[in-house]
Design a protein around this ligand. Structure first.
Ligand code: C2E
Ligand code: CA
Ligand code: CA
Length: 678
């Protein structure tokens, strides 16, 4: 384009310059030629005049015959006048075109006219001779006239030719210039400007983030590399966008893409109409990765994504928003509810996944929120509500779907408050320990379980079931755990006849230097590790955690006894018994409470007790809340009993008097917890 324009403009300039040169040259030549024409015209006129004058002279000379003296003198004067006129004309002709005629030639002798006049006036033979001379002059004038006219005609023709030529050249150059200008104009308006406009349009769309445009192939040489660069930029930007919006493992949209797409759908559908947002994650997905490797884990995630699509339909949005986390945006078909749809999905995912030579069964936990049930329609808000419901699903045993309710939010806010206030509670004496007696069925050994209490200045008593998880979430568990151990051990120094169960958070088992810390505290307080039973729960699966297992081994080797707490609430209790040899099993309240009423519960309870006894572990029945349970649990083979019916947790200051009263009571009746309970 640039070269084309430069060439065309150079040509126009050259043409204009050529026009100028040609015009100037021609103007000079034409002036010269017109001057010459003027001279030849003047010469022709003079020669015609000369011819007339010579003829007049001839006639006058002929008529001069000398009849009267007076008449002769007058006629001679006239002749002399004519001769003088001839002389003037000849002089004028000499001036017209000097050098055109050689006036010295014999035949041009108009110089001796006065002698001719005199000879004519003389008459006779002299006159005849003079007349012959005049005839010669006549011939000469005729010749001159002929010559002059010929020259004039030639000059005229030449001028005419030159003018035509000049006109021709000027016209040609003018036309060429016009044609060039027209071509440039056409090129500019039909090719260059539209191409520039299109390129500008492409640039604007790209700048506006429209990556779906097709960058055209330009024919203009200057635009070709630019178009190429634009196309490369567009492709790169597309790749970056895809990378930024797609989960590479599953090809599903990622969190950002989900938020954008769901927001668009919500915008397009002004009034809520059965749409819901759900989030779910794969229960214990970590174990799949640990047991089968990450490649299988990735494939599983992908397959679960496909099943979600199959259940929810093509219209639903299914996105992977985290390692094993998915988000859904779907619309309930008529007659269905989000709860039903989510349960269907959970059931579909429960079907085993076939891999090459093995199959994997997993469950998912879901949380959902229906559009229109919360005020804020923002996708991120809806996701956070669904997340709350998801955590409720997890808390309640996984493999289920929970809908968002305002209660969940209140619980979450309370959790936040607890997390925040724990630091203060630790330093301002809001925490204390209470001790719940545990009774041995067959001997007199006395034992208590240390339980922590928090009296919140605004909330009153907060359950450890609530604030221990808050401490674990907020990273305060090591600090809180250390406080509990310190307090419990220092209390235990006052009760030399008691042994004590202390609850440990799974996080403490993974804490650096926990074993030396515990040993050091026991040494400081002069307490034998054998008096301390450490209760651990199976909630964070210890059997998969080598570090926790190692800590347990170290603690046992140091002389502490280890109890598995809350047996019967999780799904892997039996596995745990295999991985680590616990000294004691504490059967959870939920296992104990129905043994009186329900035969199946009784069978499960009996089996658990039998198994524990066979591996030589003690068995504690927790939650003995009524008299009948004392008998059943003891008969089933439990070695220990604990529960509100036997004793509520006792304040530290009251422990001594509590046991004193117990001893007094035993002295009056016969001992043992069963009889105490009776
Ligand atoms: P846990 O270890 O199973 O403790 C027994 C819980 O059951 C205690 O609740 C106790 O008060 C309650 N309980 C005892 N007998 C009965 C009964 O007959 N009926 C009923 N309904 N409940 C009974 P608490 O003190 O609220 O503790 C709840 C949970 O909090 C504990 O369950 C334990 O997991 C945790 N926790 C309590 N104190 C500590 C602690 O010092 N450290 C750690 N890490 N966790 C603690
Ligand atoms: Ca316990
Ligand atoms: Ca327990």
């Amino acid at each position: 384009m640039e070269r084309r324009l430069i060439l065309a403009i150079t040509l126009i300039i050259a043409c204009t310059f050529g026009l100028q040169v040609v015009s100037q040259n021609r103007a000079v030549a034409l002036r010269r030629e017109s001057e010459e024409l003027q001279a030849t015209i003047s010469m022709a006129e003079h020669s015609a005049q000369l011819m007339k004058q010579v003829l007049h002279f001839r006639i006058e000379a002929n008529g001069l015959d000398g009849a009267t003296q007076e008449g002769t003198a007058r006629e001679a004067d006239d002749l002399t006048d004519v001769a003088m006129n001839i002389g003037e004309t000849v002089n004028a002709m000499r001036m017209d075109a000097p050098g055109t005629f050689d006036w010295t030639e014999q035949r041009y002798t108009f110089g001796n006219l006065d002698q001719v006049v005199a000879a004519v006036a003389t008459g006779g033979e002299t006159k005849h001779q003079a007349l012959r001379e005049v005839d010669r002059m006549l011939a000469s004038a005729a010749h001159l006239q002929e010559q002059a006219e010929h020259r004039r005609d030639k000059a005229y023709a030449s001028l005419e030719r030159s003018t035509r030529q000049w006109f021709g050249r000027v016209s040609t150059i003018g036309i060429v210039t016009l044609v060039l200008a027209a071509i440039i104009l056409w090129d500019l308006s039909c090719n260059i400007l539209p191409a520039l406009r299109r390129m500008h349009g492409s640039l604007r769309r790209l700048a506006d983030g429209d990556l779906d445009l097709a960058v055209e192939r330009f024919t203009l040489r200057e635009l070709r590399p630019l178009a190429h660069a634009l196309e490369t930029f567009r492709r790169n930007a597309l790749a970056v966008r895809d990378l930024a919006f797609t989960d590479p493992a599953t090809g599903l949209p990622n969190r950002r893409a989900f938020i954008d797409a769901a927001a668009r759908r919500i915008r397009d559908m002004a009034a809520p109409g059965g749409e819901f947002i759900a989030v779910f994650d794969i229960d214990r997905f970590k174990y799949v990765n640990d047991d089968y490797g990450h490649a299988v884990g990735d494939t599983l995630v992908q397959l679960i994504g496909e099943r979600a699509r199959a259940v929810l339909g093509d219209d639903a949005l299914v996105a992977r928003i985290g390692g094993d986390e998915f988000a859904l945006y779907a619309r309930c078909p008529a007659g269905e509810t989000p709860a039903v749809l989510c349960s269907k999905l959970a059931a579909k995912v429960r079907e085993p996944f076939d891999f090459d030579g093995f199959s994997i069964a997993v469950t998912i936990s879901l949380g959902y929120v229906e559009r229109g049930t919360v005020q804020d329609d923002a996708v991120t808000t809806l996701i956070s509500k669904a997340d709350l419901a998801l955590y409720a699903s997890k808390r309640n045993g996984r493999n289920r779907a929970t809908g968002f309710t305002a209660d969940l939010e209140d619980a979450r806010n309370l959790d936040r408050m607890l997390e925040r206030d724990l630091a203060r509670a630790l330093s301002s004496g809001e925490l204390r320990m209470v001790y719940q007696p545990i009774y041995a069925v067959s001997d007199e050994a006395s034992e208590v379980e240390a339980l922590v209490r928090w009296r919140h200045p605004d909330l009153g008593d907060v359950s450890p079931a609530q604030f221990i998880p808050a401490a674990e979430r907020s990273g305060r568990m090591p600090q809180l755990g250390a406080w509990i151990i310190e307090r419990a051990l220092s209390d235990l120094t006052q009760w030399p006849h008691l042994s004590m169960s202390i609850n440990l958070s799974p996080l403490q088992l993974q804490q650096d230097g926990f074993v030396p810390f515990l040993l050091e505290r026991c040494r400081m307080h002069g307490i034998q590790p054998g008096r301390v039973i450490l209760e651990v729960t199976e909630t964070v699966s210890i059997e998969r955690n080598t570090r926790a297992l190692l800590t347990l081994e170290l603690l046992r080797n140091a002389g502490f006894r280890i109890a598995l707490d809350d047996f019967g609430t999780g799904y892997s209790s039996l596995c745990m018994m295999k991985t680590f040899r616990f000294d004691r099993l504490k059967l959870d309240r939920s296992l104990v409470k129905d043994i009186q009423a329900d035969a199946t519960s009784r069978a499960v309870f009996d089996a658990a007790v039998q198994m524990a006894r066979q591996i030589g572990a003690e068995v504690v029945a927790e939650g003995v809340s009524e008299h009948l349970l004392v008998k059943s649990a003891s008969e089933a083979g439990c070695t220990h009993l604990q529960g509100f019916h036997l004793s509520m947790p006792v304040e530290a200051e009251a422990i001594e008097s509590f046991y004193a009263e117990q001893a007094a009571a035993q002295n009056t009746e016969t001992g043992g917890p069963a009889s105490a309970a009776a």
